[in-house]
Design a protein. Structure first.
Length: 564
C-alpha cells in the first residue's frame, strides 16, 4: 500500500490549522457563528494555498452536530464522513473535466434533492474552465439556490470567471504564505513526521515551494526521500555572476553542467528568471523579498552589481526565450544564445543591448570628465546684476596666443586630483559683506539667484545679515533657500552669518538703490560688437499657389465658380 503524501497527511481540518489566511478564516468563522453564511462563495488564489481544504472545512462546520466557536468538532459522523470523502452532504466536481452543459444540468438536478445534513455543499474546483454555455446554465441556480444549498467555487484564475458569476458570489482571495509562516510549518512537519533534513535542505525546500504550502511539502517529501540532503545541483548564482562579470564561457559551462545533471532547459530558464526577479525586488522593494536572511544579503549584493537596467533586460531576454521554447526544436540552443547576449552585449543588436553599450560609454565619459575637471571657462558675469553679460561668451578668446599653450595637454593622472578652492584668509568687514552681495548672487543656482536678485542687504552686524524683500510672499519664498544663501555668503566673505528678513514696503532704502542699479538699454546694446552684425539675405517668399504647384507637379489649378 502506498504511503500517503505529506501534503495530504497534513491537510488542514479546522480553520485554526490554516496558515497565512487569517482574513479568510475570520470572515467564514464570523459568518458561521452569526448564522449568516452565504449561498455562494468564490475562492481564488495561487495553487496550494488551501482553497479546496477551506471549502471542506466550511462544509464540515455547516453540517457539524456540535460546532464550537465556528469550528467543527471533528468527531461526529458528519465530520468523519466528510474527512473520508463519502459524505452525501458534500459533492466535489472538477470543472476542468466536467465543463459542459449536461454536467451543469445534472448538478442543478442534484441541488433540488434532499440530504441527511442541514446543508448540501457543492464544491466546483477550477471553475474558470467552464464553457460559456455551462456558466449560463449555472447562473439561475447560483443566484437563487434552494435554502439548504451552498456553492463554493474555487479557481486559480479569477479573471477568466465571468462577471455574472462573480457578482453572485462572495469573493475571498487566498494569498501565498509568508516565508516565516511557511518555515515554521515545515519545521513542525519535520518534527511531527520524524524526518531527518539538513538546514541547507530546508532553505532549498522553502525556495522551491515559492509560498505554496502544497508545493513546499512536496519538495520536502522529495528531499526526505533522498536522505535529507540536497543533491549537488548547480546554483543559479553561477549564471548571475557570469552576467555580472560579462563572461560568456562561464555561462555556457554552467548550462552544460546543469543539463548533464538532469535539468531541463525550460525549468533552468525559469529558475534563472526567478532569481533575477528576487534581485529586482531587492533593488526596488526589499520588503517584498521572501528569502532567508543570509540568502537575501547575497541576492541584494548581486542586484547592486547588476543595476536595474541590466536586470530588466535580462528578464526580458530570458522571458522571450521561454516563450519561444514551446515550439523550438532545441530549447537548449535558445537558452545558450540568450545567455551569450546577456554576457556579451557587443553581440546583441536589439535596442536594449545598444542602450546598455551607451550607458557604459556615458559612465566612462563621466568618470573621465570628473578626473580631468572642467574643460570650458564659464562666460563672464555682470557683478551688478548677477547675470551673464550679453555678448560675454563671444568676447572670450577662441585661441591662445601662446604657441606652447596651443599644444594639446596630456590628461591629468587620477593620482593628482584638483585641489579644493581656497577659502579667503581674511574675513570681510561689515561694509564689505554688503558690497560683495553681487558676488554672492553669482555663485547661486539660477532659480535661487533669480529669487534673491529682488532681495537687498539692509544691514550687517557681527553675526547677522539683514535682507529686505519687496513683499511678504517673496520673503516666505526666499526663506526656503536661506541655508544655501548662508553657505554662499560664508564662501565669498569668509564669515559665518545668520540671515534675517524684513519687508521693504517703500523700497526706498539707499542700499536697495545701490545694490540693484537699473540697466539702460544703451548699456545692453553696447555689450554687443556692432561689427559682428550683418544683414540677412533678401529672399522673396514664394506664393501659396507656387508652393502647391511645386508640391504636385503636373497638376492644374481650377478655380471653382462661386455659389450664388
Amino acid at each position: 500500500m502506498a504511503v500517503q503524501s505529506l501534503y495530504r497527511r497534513y491537510r488542514p481540518r479546522r480553520f485554526d490549522e490554516l496558515k497565512g489566511q487569517e482574513h479568510v478564516v475570520r470572515a467564514l468563522r464570523n459568518a458561521v457563528i452569526n448564522h449568516r453564511e452565504g449561498q455562494a462563495y468564490l475562492f481564488s488564489g495561487p495553487r496550494g494555498t488551501g482553497k479546496t481544504s477551506t471549502a471542506r472545512i466550511l462544509a464540515k462546520v455547516l453540517n457539524c452536530d456540535s460546532p464550537e466557536d465556528g469550528e467543527p468538532c471533528g468527531i461526529c459522523n458528519s465530520c468523519g464522513s466528510i474527512d473520508s470523502g463519502n459524505s452525501y452532504d458534500v459533492l466535489e466536481l472538477d470543472a476542468a473535466s466536467n465543463n459542459g452543459v449536461e454536467n451543469m444540468r445534472d448538478l442543478i438536478e442534484r441541488s433540488s434533492l434532499g440530504n441527511p445534513g442541514r446543508h448540501r455543499v457543492f464544491i466546483l474546483d477550477e471553475v474558470h474552465m467552464l464553457s460559456k454555455a455551462a456558466e449560463a446554465a449555472l447562473l439561475k441556480t447560483l443566484e437563487e439556490p434552494p435554502p439548504h444549498v451552498v456553492f463554493v467555487l474555487a479557481t486559480t484564475d479569477p479573471q477568466k470567471v465571468s462577471e455574472t458569476i462573480r457578482s453572485r458570489t462572495q469573493h475571498l482571495q487566498f494569498h501565498l504564505l509568508p516565508l516565516h509562516d511557511l518555515e515554521e510549518h515545515v519545521r513542525w512537519v519535520i518534527k511531527d513526521a520524524n524526518l531527518k533534513v539538513s538546514e541547507d535542505a530546508i532553505a532549498h525546500v522553502l525556495i522551491q515551494g515559492g509560498g505554496s504550502a502544497r508545493d513546499t511539502l512536496s519538495a520536502l517529501e522529495l528531499v526526505a526521500a533522498g536522505g535529507g540532503e540536497v543533491d549537488g545541483q548547480l546554483s543559479s548564482d553561477e549564471f548571475i555572476e557570469s552576467i555580472i562579470d560579462q563572461d560568456p564561457a562561464r555561462a555556457l559551462s554552467a548550462t552544460a553542467f546543469a543539463i548533464q545533471q538532469g535539468s531541463d532547459p525550460r525549468s533552468l530558464t525559469e529558475e534563472i528568471i526567478r532569481h533575477l526577479r528576487e534581485c529586482f525586488l531587492s533593488l526596488m522593494a526589499p520588503e517584498l523579498v521572501q528569502l532567508p536572511e543570509q540568502r537575501a544579503t547575497i541576492v541584494a549584493e548581486q542586484a547592486r552589481k547588476l543595476n536595474a537596467g541590466a536586470l530588466v533586460r535580462s528578464i526580458e531576454v530570458l522571458g522571450e526565450s521561454l516563450i519561444e521554447m514551446r515550439h523550438a526544436p532545441d530549447a537548449r540552443l535558445l537558452l545558450e544564445v540568450s545567455l551569450v547576449k546577456l554576457t556579451n552585449q557587443t553581440l546583441g543588436g536589439d535596442i536594449a543591448a545598444i542602450i546598455g553599450r551607451l550607458e557604459r560609454l556615458e559612465a566612462g565619459v563621466v568618470r573621465n570628465t570628473d578626473a580631468a575637471g572642467p574643460v570650458t571657462k564659464p562666460a563672464p558675469v555682470n557683478p551688478a546684476t548677477g547675470r551673464v553679460q550679453v555678448g560675454g561668451k563671444a568676447r572670450m578668446p577662441h585661441s591662445n596666443p601662446d604657441p606652447a599653450a596651443a599644444q594639446p595637454t596630456p590628461a591629468p593622472q587620477p593620482t593628482a586630483p584638483t585641489p579644493p578652492p581656497v577659502q579667503p584668509t581674511t574675513p570681510a568687514s561689515d561694509s564689505q559683506v554688503v558690497a560683495k552681495w553681487p558676488e554672492v548672487l553669482t555663485g547661486l543656482k539660477p532659480f535661487v539667484r533669480a529669487l534673491y536678485s529682488a532681495v537687498t542687504p539692509q544691514a550687517c552686524t557681527d553675526t547677522t545679515l539683514t535682507l529686505a524683500a519687496p513683499n511678504e510672499m517673496h520673503m516666505k519664498k526666499a526663506q526656503e533657500h536661506i541655508d544655501v544663501v548662508a553657505a554662499q555668503v560664508e564662501l565669498v566673505t569668509g564669515r559665518s552669518m545668520s540671515i534675517e528678513f524684513t519687508v521693504d514696503k517703500d523700497n526706498t532704502s539707499p542700499t536697495n538703490r545701490t545694490a540693484r542699479p537699473k540697466v539702460k538699454e544703451t548699456e545692453i546694446v553696447d555689450e554687443v560688437d556692432r561689427a559682428d552684425i550683418v544683414d540677412g539675405p533678401n529672399v522673396a517668399m514664394p506664393s501659396a499657389l507656387d508652393q502647391l504647384t511645386k508640391a504636385f507637379p503636373g497638376s492644374q489649378v481650377v478655380e471653382q465658380p462661386k455659389k450664388k
